[in-house]
Design a binder for this molecule. Structure first.
Ligand code: BGC
Length: 800
C-alpha cells in the first residue's frame, strides 16, 4: 500500500474476487467490480459485476418447498469485455497464459484502475498488456477503458474483440445460488454505427431499463487503425472484432467508452437515444480521464483525512473514503436511493439498506451534507410504507424496515442458508425495530451539523414524530412495575433473536432499543421549540397525534424500563440475559479464530447461540457509542435510574469479554467507547476495523461486497472520536486526544455552511475558518466556546 494507491505486485488467483471488490470503481450512480476485461463469471475466480445504485428487481424462488420472494440488487450487463487472439486460437485469458510479471494498482487519488501483465502463451509468444479504467466521477453515465497490447517477441495477425455482455445473472454470492437469478431480459441490441455497439436490457419485474452504448476505437502504433470491425450479435451479447496486423514492439491500443442510461434517470427522453446521442459527444479516453481526475481532485480537496505520520492508516482511510464516495456521491442526489451496507460492490445482502447509515452519515454530515439530505429523503419518501408496516403490525406512526430496497417494503429474507450445516433456517433479524430510531437519530444529527431548518421542519420533523408515535404505541405498560416495556424485538446483536426453547420469536426489553425509543420521544417533544409551535401543531394534526398521545410520550420519557443484571451495575442486553449460559470462548477460538459466526457454528453442531452470553456485535455498547456520557446519564436520570459515568468502563469490560465481533461494525463501536479510557485497546480495535476489508477479516465476505459501515466508521473515528468532536448547544466542541500511533491529523470539516480546517498535533490545535454562507458559528475547545468569523484562525495549546 502506498499513500494513494493499493498495489498488487503478484497475480494470486485465490485473492482475485477480494481484489475485484476492493478495486471496484463507481461514482454514486453506477459501479463495476475490478474484474479483468477478458474474464466472465465463468468460475469462482472472476465476477465482473456492474451495479446501478438502487437498481433492484424481485424474483420468486422455491426453497425447501416454499415460495420465497427476494428483492436483489441486479447485476447489469458487463461493459468491460475486451480480449485478443491469434486467428484460430483461443481468446486471451489470464488463466491460460504464464504470467511473467504483474502489477495492479488502484489509484485512489485519480480514481483509476491500472493493470500491467507480461505473459507468455503456450507457443512461447510473450506480450505486455497495459490497461486503465475509469467510472467517471465527472459524468455519471460514462465508463471508459484503455487496453493496450504490445507483442514482445512476435509479429502476426491478431483479432481484437470488444463486447457488451448482457447474458449475466446474479451469481456473485454462493449462498444465494439456489435462488432465482435471471433478472434481465434483452430488449434491443446491435450496431449503431461502425464504432458503436448497443444493448438494451430490462429487469423482468421492476421493469427498469438500461441502455449501454459502447464506442470503440483501435490504434496501431499510435495511429487510428482504420480497420472496420465485424459485428457478432447473439441473444444478450454484441461484439465487434477487429482483424489487425501486430508488429513486435508496436503497441496495439483500444479505447472503449461506454454510456449507460436508465429509465430511472432524470433529464432524459429514452435511455438508448440518450446513450447514443451522448456517445457521439464523448472525447478520447485521455480527455475523459482528465475531467474525471479533476472531479476527484475537488472531492479530495474537501474530504481527505491527512494522517501523513502513519502511512498504513493513511492509505486505509483513503481507501475507505474512496469507496464511500464511490457508493454515494454528488451524483446520488435526486436518484432516490439509500446507502447500501455492502456498497454497490457485490451482491451480499442484496444491496439492501440497513441501520449501517448510523455509521456512515457522520462523515457525510461534516463533509457533503447534500448527500446525507438525499439519503434521508430516501427514507422520507418511504414513510408511507413505514406507516403501513406499523399499522399492519398493530401500531401507529412509522416502522421502518430492517432491510430496505426499492419502495421501502421490508426486504429481510425470511429464511437463510447456513453454509456450515447446509440447512435453510428462519431469519428473524427483521425484528430489529431499532432501525427506526437510527433514522430519527440521523435526522437529528444531520440538522445539528447543518442547521438545515427547512429540511427539519418540512421532512425531518414528520419522520421524528411518526417514529416517536411508533415507539409510543409498541411500548406497553407493565402494571406490576409501572414501567413501559418493549416486547418481542431483536436488538443489534443478531445472535439473539429468541429465548432458548421458546416458541415465540423476539426478546423483551432490549436495553438499546428501549433507551433509543426514549431518546426519540424526547427529541420529538423538543422539536416544538426548534421548528416553532405553528409548524409543530400543523404536523401533529397531519399525523393525528393528539394531546393524549403527547401526554403518553412524556410519561414514557420518564418511565421506560431498562434492564440491569441482578445485583450489578451492568445494563442487561435484554430481559433474561442473566439466565443464559456463559460461553466457552477459549475452546471455540482455538478452532475458529476471533471473528466467529457463532450462530452458524453452533447451529451446525445442533446447538443454538441463543442459549449463550455471546454477542455477535456491540449492543448495549451502542449506547456509549451514540451518546456522550452526559447525554446518556441525563436520559437515565429522567428515567429515574441511578446510572453513573464511572459504570461505563465496567459495562464495556463485561460485554467486551462476551462479543465475537461477527459484524465488522462491532470493532468500530469498541474502538470508539475505549477512545478515552483505554487508548491502547481503542487503537487495536481501530486497527482491526481498518483492516476489515483490506485483509478480509471475516474470511471471504469482502469479495461479496465491502463493509461500508465499517469503512465509514473508521473514518468517523478519526474525524470525531480522536478529535473529541461533538455538537452540543449550538457549539461545535473539540477536544483532541490523538492516539500515540497517529500523532498528527489535518482535515477539513463543513459545519453549518462553513468550511473549517483543523491541523492537530499532540500539542497544538489550529482552527482556520474559511468563508461560509451562514452566520458566524461557535467552536468550543476544551470547555471554552469561541466565535469564529470568515477568515479567522486560532491556535490552541492542547498539551495534556
Ligand atoms: C450486522 C448488522 C448490519 C448488517 C449489514 C449484519 O451482519 O449484524 O448489524 O446492519 O450486517 O451490514
Amino acid at each position: 500500500m502506498a499513500d494513494w494507491s493499493i498495489i498488487y505486485n503478484q497475480w494470486v488467483p485465490k485473492e482475485q474476487t477480494l481484489r475485484e471488490a476492493l478495486c471496484t470503481l463507481g461514482n454514486g450512480y453506477i459501479a463495476t467490480r475490478g474484474a479483468f476485461e477478458e474474464t466472465l463469471a465463468e468460475d469462482d475466480l472472476h465476477y465482473p459485476g456492474t451495479y446501478l445504485a438502487g437498481g433492484y428487481n424481485r424474483l420468486t424462488s422455491e426453497v425447501a418447498g416454499k415460495q420465497i420472494e427476494n428483492e436483489d440488487l441486479v447485476n447489469w450487463p458487463n461493459w468491460l469485455p475486451v480480449s485478443f487472439r491469434q486467428p484460430g486460437e483461443a481468446w486471451f485469458h489470464i488463466s491460460n497464459v504464464e504470467v511473467l510479471d504483474f502489477k495492479q494498482e488502484l489509484d485512489m487519488q485519480h480514481g483509476v484502475l491500472r493493470r500491467f501483465v507480461h505473459f507468455r502463451d503456450s507457443k512461447g509468444r510473450e506480450s505486455k498488456l497495459n490497461t486503465r479504467r475509469i467510472v467517471s466521477m465527472a459524468n455519471p453515465h460514462l465508463a471508459a477503458l484503455e487496453w493496450q497490447l504490445t507483442p514482445f517477441n512476435w509479429s502476426g495477425e491478431v483479432e481484437l474483440r470488444a463486447a457488451l455482455d448482457g447474458r449475466v445473472i446474479n451469481s456473485g454470492v454462493a449462498r444465494y445460488r439456489a435462488l432465482a437469478s435471471q433478472h434481465l431480459e434483452t430488449l434491443e441490441q446491435g450496431q449503431y454505427d461502425e464504432e458503436t455497439l448497443y444493448l438494451v436490457v430490462q429487469t423482468v419485474q421492476s421493469k427498469t431499463r438500461m441502455a449501454q452504448v459502447a464506442r470503440t476505437k483501435v490504434y496501431l502504433s499510435g495511429q487510428a487503425s482504420g480497420v472496420l470491425p465485424q459485428t457478432k450479435i447473439e441473444q444478450g451479447y454484441t461484439e465487434h472484432v477487429y482483424k489487425l496486423q501486430a508488429t513486435e514492439g508496436q503497441p496495439l491500443r483500444l479505447e472503449k467508452s461506454v454510456l449507460l442510461y436508465t429509465s430511472r434517470d432524470w433529464a432524459t427522453s429514452e435511455p438508448l437515444q440518450d446513450a447514443c446521442a451522448n456517445s457521439i459527444r464523448q472525447g478520447t479516453f485521455e480527455e475523459s480521464l482528465e475531467e474525471h481526475k479533476r472531479a476527484w481532485q475537488r472531492i479530495w480537496n474537501r474530504c481527505d483525512l491527512d494522517t501523513a505520520c502513519n502511512t498504513k492508516v493513511q492509505s486505509a482511510l483513503r481507501l475507505h473514503i474512496f469507496h464511500l464516495l464511490q457508493s454515494v456521491s454528488g451524483h446520488t442526489v435526486d436518484l432516490d436511493v439509500g446507502v447500501p451496507a455492502r456498497g454497490w460492490h457485490g451482491e451480499a445482502y442484496r444491496g439492501h439498506i440497513f441501520w449501517d447509515e448510523l455509521f456512515i452519515f457522520p462523515f457525510l454530515n461534516l463533509h457533503l451534507p447534500a448527500i446525507t439530505r438525499e439519503l434521508l429523503m430516501y427514507r422520507y419518501r418511504r414513510l408511507n410504507e413505514a406507516r403501513s408496516a406499523a399499522k399492519a403490525a398493530g401500531y401507529k406512526g412509522a416502522m421502518f424496515p430492517w432491510q430496505s430496497g426499492s419502495n421501502g417494503r421490508e426486504e429481510s429474507q425470511v429464511i437463510h442458508l447456513n453454509p456450515q450445516s447446509g440447512r435453510w433456517l428462519p431469519d428473524n433479524t427483521f425484528l430489529q425495530r431499532h432501525i427506526s430510531s437510527a433514522v430519527a437519530y440521523n435526522v437529528w444529527h444531520y440538522y445539528q451539523a447543518t442547521g438545515d431548518i427547512d429540511f427539519l421542519s418540512y421532512h425531518g420533523a414528520e419522520m421524528l414524530l411518526d417514529i416517536a408515535q411508533f415507539w409510543s404505541t409498541i411500548a406497553t405498560i407493565n402494571q406490576e412495575t409501572g414501567r413501559y416495556e418493549i416486547l418481542h424485538v431483536v436488538g443489534p446483536d443478531e445472535y439473539h433473536t429468541e429465548y432458548p426453547d421458546s416458541e415465540e420469536v423476539g426478546l423483551n426489553n432490549n436495553a438499546y432499543t428501549n433507551v433509543m425509543a426514549v431518546w426519540v420521544i424526547q427529541k420529538a417533544l423538543q422539536l416544538k421549540e426548534v421548528i416553532g409551535d405553528s409548524r409543530y401543531q400543523e404536523l401533529l394534526t397531519k399525523r393525528h397525534i393528539s394531546p393524549d398521545h403527547l401526554t403518553r410520550w412524556e410519561d414514557i420519557g420518564k418511565r421506560m424500563y431498562v434492564p440491569f443484571l441482578e445485583d450489578t451495575r451492568i445494563i442487561a442486553q435484554f430481559d433474561g440475559y442473566d439466565q443464559l449460559h456463559e460461553f466457552d470462548w477459549a475452546k471455540y477460538r482455538v478452532k475458529h479464530g476471533e471473528a466467529m459466526r457463532l450462530d452458524r457454528i453452533l447451529e451446525s453442531e445442533g446447538d443454538s447461540v441463543n442459549k449463550y452470553k455471546a454477542s455477535k456485535q456491540a449492543d448495549v455498547l451502542m449506547l456509549f457509542y451514540l451518546f456522550s456520557s452526559e447525554e446518556l446519564i441525563s436520559i437515565f436520570q429522567q428515567l429515574d435510574y441511578d446510572f453513573r459515568p464511572e459504570r461505563i468502563p465496567e459495562n464495556i469490560a463485561y460485554y467486551e469479554q462476551r462479543t465475537s465481533h461477527g459484524s465488522t461494525l462491532s470493532k468500530i463501536v469498541h474502538a470508539w467507547v475505549l477512545a478515552r479510557s483505554d487508548r491502547k485497546r481503542s487503537w487495536t480495535n481501530f486497527e482491526t476495523a481498518l483492516m476489515s476489508d483490506l485483509e478480509d477479516i471475516q474470511g471471504g465476505t469482502t469479495a461479496e461486497g465491502i463493509h461500508l459501515g465499517a469503512m465509514a466508521g473508521t473514518v468517523d473515528l478519526v474525524q470525531r472520536a480522536y478529535t473529541g468532536l461533538e455538537i452540543r448547544d449550538n457549539v461545535l466542541w473539540l477536544n483532541p486526544v490523538l492516539p500515540d500511533e497517529m500523532p498528527c491529523l489535518n482535515l477539513q470539516l463543513r459545519y453549518r455552511g462553513h468550511w473549517l480546517e483543523l491541523k492537530i498535533t499532540r500539542d497544538k490545535l489550529i482552527i482556520k475558518f474559511d468563508r461560509g454562507w451562514s452566520k458566524e458559528v461557535k467552536i468550543g475547545v476544551r470547555g471554552e466556546a469561541y466565535t469564529f468569523k470568515t477568515g479567522d484562525q486560532k491556535e490552541f495549546d492542547i498539551r495534556r
